[in-house]
Design a protein around this ligand. Sequence first.
Ligand code: ZN
Length: 171
Amino acid sequence: MDPMEIMTIGKKVLREETEKVQEFGQDIPEFIENMKITMVESNGIGLAAPQVGDSRKIITVHYDLEKKGKIIEMINPEIISFCDENEKSEEGCLSVPGITGMVERPLEIEVRYQDIDGNEHVREFSGLNARIIQHEVDHLNKTLFVDRLSYAKRLMIKNKLRKLEEKARQG
Ligand SMILES: [Zn+2]
């Protein structure tokens, strides 16, 4: 399996509505395997289907990254609760190459999602796990981390973003 092409900011698919997975056929595990390969090859720690040009609600996440961990997948993930405590930390994104910035997010979340067989799970995540999942679920909601940066930071990266967007539209 070859890695898929990463869609960068400016590509329409990153700003389009995503669809819930309804049928758990053989193409789902194959697609997820390919997402994992693409994520690893690109040195990513999370990936959402729109980033490889697919509008289904699927994400892969490097779980427990600090302890080496493993890559997990979530189908139709939905964040059903957030804790009150927020944390600011630096983020980047394979779809926004060359740009990083501080993003404030809740420290703990509760997520409802389905596995590869369609079974439903509800689980709590905290710290970096929670941050990566929120970043990836944002992708499923047409949101990029740069949308969440401070106004001052967005002004600073405005030209860089414009260049990336022009490049993506031409390519
Ligand atoms: Zn991203």
